[in-house]
Write a protein that binds this ligand. Structure first.
Ligand SMILES: Cc1ncc(COP(=O)(O)O)c(C=O)c1O
Length: 390
């Protein structure tokens, strides 16, 4: 064991990069004013806010007024779904239809649950064994009363990249608004909203080396959207509350840095991820990679392993100094897969646990080699001492 920790949980969150922190600091201290104030101090804060919004809009190929900053990515997802449903359906709408997928983040799924309780019809599309949505099935599921379709750009657990541009084009042809949760995708994939053809797109700064607690929703001009937070007229009347100027400056700085490095970072990180996966498949019997047959985010690798409890594996890796996430939201020992893993079609393969390795800027080949060297032994040990009933 060495004292050096290995962080392989970049899909959960990323550390703020130094350049981003530096850009943010003045807005906590000497320039920490309210952008709605009319005095010179307020106008300086407003200028920083406008500049940050313009940068983000530019990176998305959007207009300034189409960017709404929020308190996090979950709020952006909620605003897209509740905002459109309430604006389109009005109060107590019955009979409207919302279409999404079985593998969305809970920020989307719980919003849909709440609308279902209010009388909306909600359909969740199944995915194939790699987690992909079938465009033909998507088209077939659209109804004359469908108001909004929401399909994530890339999945947070397995990294599968969905055919969002194709799905959005189908929705548009049918007059249905299209939202995509691009929160995992933003670090690596192009975000040009015109090329994607989406009406709404969610982002969260802490997934691309920006601060936690700041998200954004792109809302195409003319899209009906009822605010969820009422109050002052901030964010073009779409999200009340004094703006988090430091966080928004950090968001814009981090997103522009990510965009500048996207191609090189993708190639480097995918190389390390592929090396890890080849080694897992070669050295751990009964292992497979979820989503391995689809286009995926370069840094995300979800490995399922037969006869191993994912939580126990996570804890053992943590003791060895390696931070990963579980692919399971189960009570300890239950070996119950998460809603995403459960949605991947295919033959049931027996009892298995799942862990997600997510690589990032700090990940090195040495770190991956250390993980590769440790993993087969830990799996053998867990299998030998497993308390999981067979
Ligand atoms: C795909 C996806 N959507 C939404 C969220 C929620 O974002 P936030 O943590 O900023 O609320 C996350 C974060 O885990 C995510 O990965």
């Amino acid at each position: 064991m060495t004292d050096e920790r290995i962080y392989l949980d970049h899909a959960a969150t990323t550390p703020v990069r130094p350049e981003v922190l530096e850009a943010m600091l003045p807005y906590f201290t000497q320039s920490g004013y309210n952008p709605s104030s009319l005095h010179a101090e307020g106008r300086r804060a407003r200028a920083a806010l406008d500049e940050a919004r313009d940068r983000v809009a530019g990176l998305l190929g959007a207009q300034r007024k189409e960017i709404v900053f929020t308190g996090n990515g979950s709020e952006a997802d909620n605003l897209a779904i509740f905002g459109v449903a309430r604006a389109r359906g009005g109060r107590g709408a019955r009979g409207g239809h919302l279409l999404s997928t079985a593998i969305e983040h809970p920020a989307v799924l719980r919003a849909l649950d709440a609308l279902r309780d209010e009388g909306w019809a909600v359909s969740l599309l199944a995915v194939d064994r790699d987690g992909l949505v079938d465009p033909a099935a998507f088209a077939a599921a659209l109804r004359p009363d469908t108001v909004l379709a929401s399909v994530m750009y890339a999945n947070n657990e397995i990294g599968t990249v969905e055919p969002v541009a194709r799905l959005a084009a189908i929705a548009r042809e049918r007059g249905v608004l299209f939202h995509t949760d691009a929160i995992q995708a933003a670090a690596y994939l192009p975000l040009d909203v015109a090329a994607l053809g989406v009406d709404l797109l969610s982002l969260s700064a802490h997934k691309f080396y920006g601060p936690k607690g700041v998200g954004a929703l792109y809302v195409r001009d003319g899209t009906p959207l009822q605010p969820m937070i009422g109050g002052g007229g901030q964010e073009f009347g779409r999200r009340a509350g004094t703006e988090n100027v430091a966080g928004i400056v950090g968001f814009a700085t981090a997103l522009s840095m990510a965009a500048g490095e996207r191609d090189a970072a993708s190639v480097r990180v995918a190389g390390l991820r592929n090396r890890l996966e080849r080694a897992i498949l070669a050295s751990v019997e009964g292992a497979w990679i979820n989503g391995g047959g689809a286009a995926r985010l370069p840094g995300t690798s979800s490995a399922s392993i037969l006869d191993v409890d994912g939580e126990q594996l996570l804890v053992r890796l943590d003791l060895e100094g390696i931070a990963v996430s579980g692919g399971s939201a189960c009570a300890s020992g239950a070996l119950e897969p998460s809603h995403v893993i459960a949605a991947l079609s295919g033959e049931p393969r027996g009892r298995f646990g799942t862990v997600r390795f997510s690589l990032g800027r700090s990940t090195t080949a040495e770190e991956i080699d250390r993980l590769i060297a440790l993993l087969p032994g830990i799996v053998a040990e867990l299998r030998a001492f497993s308390v999981v009933p067979k």
